[in-house]
Design a protein around this ligand. Sequence first.
Ligand code: PLP
Length: 395
Amino acid sequence: MSEFCTADVVADFDRFVVGNYRRNPVVFVRGEGLTLWDADDRAYLDLFSGWGVSGLGYGHPAVVEAIRRQAGTLIHVPNHYMNPWQGMLAARLSKAAFGGQTFFCNSGAEAAEAALKLARISTGKKNPRVITLIDSFHGRTMGALAATGQSVYQAGFEPLVPGFDHVALNDLAAVERAMRPETCAIFVEPIQGEGGVKPLSREFLQGLRKLADGKGTLLMFDEVQTGMGRTGRMFGYQHAGVTPDVMTLAKSLGGGVAIGAIHARADLAAHLKPGTHASTFGGNPLACAAALAVFDVLESPGFLEGVRARSDRAFARLRAFAAKTPVVNEVRGAGMMIGIECARDATPVFARCLEQRVLVNVTHKTIVRLLPALIATDAQLDEGLAVVEKAISEL
Ligand code: PLP
């Protein structure tokens, strides 16, 4: 038993917390690795890592130690001075990504806003437009919301920021038709996450690069979900061999601490001159120290190879299950980003797994989405997938 009482927490939420989430009355009080414990000390196996935030699991010793040390040293200083950790993290990102410069913020949506502003100011086009994809998800702030190609999230919040053209995924001809002289950027997730774990094909990504080149149009990848090892490589774009001009990051970058970033080609980043953009908390020492620890783990010898090996095994297992289960249409994804597309409404899978204390997500009604922490062992994946498979079989 913990010191917390579920009923009291639920009462606080009901009375004092804005009801903008469909919340389940499960109160988590502690976590370690892939396990979360509720207020009544029941253990849950998490195959979703909090929308991909806890990519190294809960309480990873390297992250915890970095946060502890940093909290006792310096938590925040404003951005009109410098701090060593922001500089070190930007250098680390530059080396791991494409040699650019980084602006730090605090979330994925803020990173999208910064990328959109950079696209406008660096290309200098009149009445600039941005191409994004149908079923994409880029966040809830006004620019990110307009970029998001799903009217369900936009309803009631009109007028939207103008200048976005939404086209179908993997349809290069549609992108070509949507391209105009005013198109300042093409902004896509290498694998659509919320949209249903839908990978953009290699040909499509390479085609986007060609369409953008020479037209003063930036190719920008939203790696908020696919970045930081999620797909078995440091960044999703590395699978296709297509380098973007700008990339957004957030979620697991800080190992659970709020941090977002855009990494941009240095010649483009140079357009964000003093006064053009800012974030009070962006690049604070605490978040940067946590992210540096995340990099230490991801770049340790054999770490991502291990993720890929365990991923291959999990995908082989799920594809074998799919082959003998008519309700499963497809298993897709990469690394620890797994989508299981069902032929009918899969929403009951969430509750059935929760009953068995396994945490998963169902998106777009028919797609069971799993984002296990990268440290998931074969045994943990087997245990969790057995529950998921049973829940799907019972649909
Ligand atoms: N971009 C992608 C690909 C996402 O999956 C999300 C969140 O799920 C966001 C942006 C928005 O991130 P945040 O919720 O941190 O604003």
